[in-house]
Structure formats: structure tokens, C-alpha cells
Design a protein around this ligand. Structure first.
Ligand code: NAD
Ligand code: USQ
Length: 404
């Protein structure tokens, strides 16, 4: 799987939906750098959530317009911008008709489990935004770009934590003497993770019914911030969330260590998940695009490189902190979520490796540089945003407004 420059003269056009977000921005730049023609579709709602909840990225980020202007001035490469909501089918249709993508990478969803568990209206918003948005993308492909390959970001959380090995999308079962290969059982544990399950079902159905070609990337938890491209200029900086709503485990622990806050291990800390470096997110998406699914094929890849429990992550960050002279403490926080805290976990993840993925495993040097990065920006940390504030059990129909 070579880069686009090496493989053909006419660049492949890739629409990056959600291209202003954490994974999407890094991916858009990476694909543009590799010679793909890239368009970003985003309604900037993620920036609005920050304003509404009083949160901010650890790293300062400039507007999407400044970002793409800076990219152009540094590299000469153009990234087209379509600012709008993919739940608005008229807007999405115009973007498809004007850009005519060969592949659509879909990152454009509400992606926080805690956000989806704040109250009824956020739960409904999350499922509406994610499920209807994805349905619209499927209809746009059918109507305007039948050959377009959908590369959809799913989540490892679709599978939950079953007491057997997790396969890549499908499992072969023998029942009453008959055998079939069936979708792997789904046991998601938030309204957000459930939205991804619903998406997977809708995508699988349209592959069968309409011959759509799709790859569902069941991604694990992403960590890290710098990629080759975002490191080129401060105006290309990626966002880095550390708060209790949008921050993810390892990224949060690094910021906590940098500011001297005890690491927030929820409950017993045996929760085990698949993790990957953001530099591997961009690599995996490129591999999926360069090796498209066949018409009518619904492929599922488990996109992570290593498994860790929360306790293991806390230990790694404590050791890396000690090397930098940081005294890192850990504190068990009552678990705000409903999830197994001690469980079996063994998930397959070979399909992307077979396509050529060369993982950046979590090493001492990466942890050192992430911690150093967090230390560099520690004056921007709002300590009040660190503890979790959303409870799975206490959520209800009553709107929750944030007070100071
Ligand atoms: P993010 O919130 O940083 O980015 C998502 C982007 O999508 C935002 O810029 C947002 O404005 C945009 N968006 C949301 N709804 C939209 C709509 N209706 N129309 C247009 N744009 C819309 O999230 P992220 O961390 O970059 O995650 C991207 C994708 O990867 C998500 O689908 C997420 O579920 C998946 N994923 C993320 C992680 C992770 O650890 N960050 C792990 C596994 C899977
Ligand atoms: N956790 C802690 N302490 C913290 C934060 C998290 O113990 O301070 C625990 C959580 O309880 C959970 C695990 O760490 O058991 C992972 O939590 P997370 O917030 O890092 O990740 P999660 O909520 O699962 O969601 C993130 C992304 C989501 C993506 C998912 C991939 O926000 O978009 O789908 O990772 S996965 O986990 O594989 O489903």
C-alpha cells in the first residue's frame, strides 16, 4: 500500500467529514501530504460544545479557515472546506456533487460517552446526530457517488467486554448442528457507543441492499497529539482534550501528572481497552482508503495496537513522571460509569497489520514527550475540569445546565 503519489497520476479525492476534530484534522493533513485531494466537511459543533460547557483544548487551536490557509502557505496544497451539518441533506448533497469524492472518511459525530450521558436531550442529540448523519452519508453515496468507498469510524466499545475473545466484526457460530458467520454480538455501554452500533447496522444493510462499499473501523482509545504534519507549524496544532467529558484516559493522565493532580482511576481500574497512537489513526485510515472494500462489501477492522487496563496506564504514567521529577499520585475515584471493572479482554486486531500497518507502540520516549508536552502547556489547564461530572446512574430527563 504505497502513497497516492506513487500509485496513480490522478489523485484520489477524499472527503474528510469531521475534519476539524482531533482525529479528522490530523488525517486530513496526512492525506493531503500524501497526495490525495482533500475536502473537509464539518459544522464546527465540537467547538460549540466547548463554549457551552466552558471547556478548552490544552493546546491553543486557531480557526479551521486559518488552519487550511496556513497549510496552503506551507505546502502549496489546497484543502477545500465545506462548513455545514451532514444532518442537513441538502448541504451534504451539494458537497458531494461539487467534490465528487472517491472515498468519504466519516469522523463527524458526537464522540464522547460522558456527553451522551449528561441528560435526555444530549442522549437524543447524540443518537440523532450520529445515526441520521451517517444515514445521510449513505444516501448521498447512493445518489451521487455510487463508487465512493465509505470509511466509517466506529468504536471498539461496540463489542463491550464479553467473556470470550473479540473477533474483527464477525464470529462463526455452530448452533444446533448448523454453522454460520454472523455479526459479533454488540454490548455497548453508553448512548454514544450505542449510536455506533446503530450506524454499523445501517451501513451493513445498505452494503447488502444497494451495493455500497464500506469499511467500519472499530477504533480503540486514541492518545498522543503530534503527527508529522500538525507539528509543522503552531497554527496546524491539533486539539488536546483533558477534561472529564471529552478527555480520554491516557491523554488525561498525562495532563493530570503535569499539574500535580492525582490520576483519576475510575473504580477498581481493571477496565481494559484497546489503545493506539494518533499517528496510527492516520496511517490506518490511509491504508483503508488505499485498499478499498469491494462493491457490496461491509468490512470491519479492529483499529488499535495494544491493550491496557486503566491501572496499567496509571503505572506507566507514574514511572514516566518520576523520570521527569514529577511526583505522580493515583486516586481511586468512585466510577461515574456503569461498566465492568475486572474482566476478561482479548480482542483480535490483525487485519490492518496484514494491510501493512507499522504500529507506533506506547514507548517510554512517547510517554516522555507527551508528558513534556503537557508540562509545556500546563498553565492553560483548568483544574476544575479534571474530575468527572457526569453520572451514568443519575442522568435523567431533566435538562442539566452548567452553573459556575
Ligand atoms: P472530535 O469531536 O474531535 O471531532 C469530531 C468532528 O466532527 C468535530 O470537528 C465536529 O464538529 C464534527 N461533527 C460532529 N457532528 C457533525 C455533523 N452533524 N456535521 C458535520 N460535522 C460534525 O472527535 P474525534 O476524537 O476526532 O473522533 C472522531 C471520530 O473517531 C468519531 O466518530 C469518534 O467516535 C471516533 N473515535 C474517536 C476516538 C478517540 O479516542 N478520540 C476513539 C475511537 C473512535
Ligand atoms: N477512565 C478512567 N479514568 C479517567 C478516564 C477514563 O478510569 O479519567 C476509564 C473509563 O471508565 C473507561 C476507560 O478508562 O473504562 C476508557 O475511557 P475513555 O474516556 O478514555 O474512553 P471512552 O469513553 O471509551 O471513549 C473514547 C472516545 C470514543 C471512542 C472510545 C473507543 O471518546 O469516541 O469511541 O474511546 S473505545 O473505548 O474502544 O470504545
Amino acid at each position: 500500500a504505497g502513497s497516492q503519489e506513487a500509485s496513480s497520476s490522478k489523485p484520489k479525492k477524499v472527503m474528510v467529514i469531521g475534519g476539524d476534530g482531533y482525529c479528522g484534522w490530523a488525517t486530513a493533513l496526512h492525506l493531503s501530504n500524501k497526495g490525495y485531494e482533500v475536502a473537509i466537511v464539518d459544522n464546527l459543533v465540537r467547538r460549540l460544545f466547548d463554549h457551552q460547557l466552558g471547556l478548552d483544548s490544552l493546546t491553543p487551536i486557531t480557526s479551521i479557515q486559518n488552519r487550511v490557509r496556513r497549510w496552503k502557505s506551507l505546502t502549496g496544497k489546497t484543502i477545500q472546506l465545506f462548513i455545514g451539518d451532514i444532518c442537513d441533506f441538502e448541504f451534504l448533497s451539494e458537497a458531494f456533487k461539487s467534490f465528487e469524492p472517491d472515498a468519504a472518511v466519516h469522523f463527524g459525530e458526537q464522540r464522547s460517552a460522558p456527553y451522551s450521558m449528561i441528560d435526555r436531550s444530549r442522549a437524543v442529540y447524540t443518537q440523532h446526530n450520529n445515526v441520521i448523519g451517517t444515514l445521510n452519508v449513505l444516501f448521498a453515496i447512493k445518489e451521487y457517488s455510487e463508487e465512493c468507498h465509505l470509511v466509517k469510524l466506529g468504536t471498539m466499545g461496540e463489542y463491550g467486554t464479553p467473556n470470550i475473545d473479540i473477533e474483527e466484526g464477525f464470529i462463526t457460530i455452530t448452533h444446533n448442528g448448523r454453522t454460520d458467520t454472523l455479526p459479533y454480538p454488540k454490548q455497548a455501554s453508553s448512548f454514544y457507543h450505542l449510536s455506533k452500533v446503530h450506524d454499523s447496522h445501517n451501513i451493513a444493510f445498505t452494503c447488502k441492499a444497494w451495493g455500497i462499499r464500506a469499511t467500519d473501523l472499530n477504533q480503540g482509545v486514541v492518545y498522543g497529539v503530534r503527527t508529522d504534519e500538525t507539528a509543522m507549524h503552531e497554527e496546524l496544532s491539533n486539539r488536546f482534550d483533558y477534561d472529564g467529558v471529552f478527555g480520554t484516559a491516557l491523554n488525561r493522565f498525562c495532563v493530570q501528572a503535569a499539574v500535580g493532580h492525582p490520576l483519576t482511576v475510575y473504580g477498581k481500574g481493571g477496565q481494559t481497552r484497546g489503545y493506539l497512537d494518533i499517528r496510527d489513526t492516520v496511517q490506518c485510515v490511509e491504508l483503508a482508503i488505499a485498499n478499498p472494500a469491494k462493491p457490496g462489501e461491509f468490512r470491519v477492522f479492529n483499529q488499535f495496537t495494544e491493550q491496557f487496563s486503566v491501572n496499567e496506564l496509571a503505572k506507566l504514567v507514574t514511572a514516566a513522571g518520576a523520570k521527569l521529577g514529577l511526583d505522580v499520585q493515583t486516586k481511586s475515584v468512585p466510577n461515574p460509569r456503569v461498566e465492568a471493572e475486572e474482566h476478561y479482554y482479548n480482542a483480535k486486531h490483525t487485519k490492518l497489520i496484514e494491510l501493512g500497518l507499522e504500529p507506533h507502540l506506547l514507548s517510554d520516549s512517547l510517554l516522555d514527550s507527551l508528558l513534556n508536552f503537557a508540562v509545556q502547556y500546563k498553565d492553560r489547564v483548568d483544574i476544575a475540569q479534571i474530575m468527572p461530572s457526569v453520572s451514568w446512574k443519575k442522568m435523567g430527563a431533566k435538562p442539566r445546565t452548567v452553573s459556575v
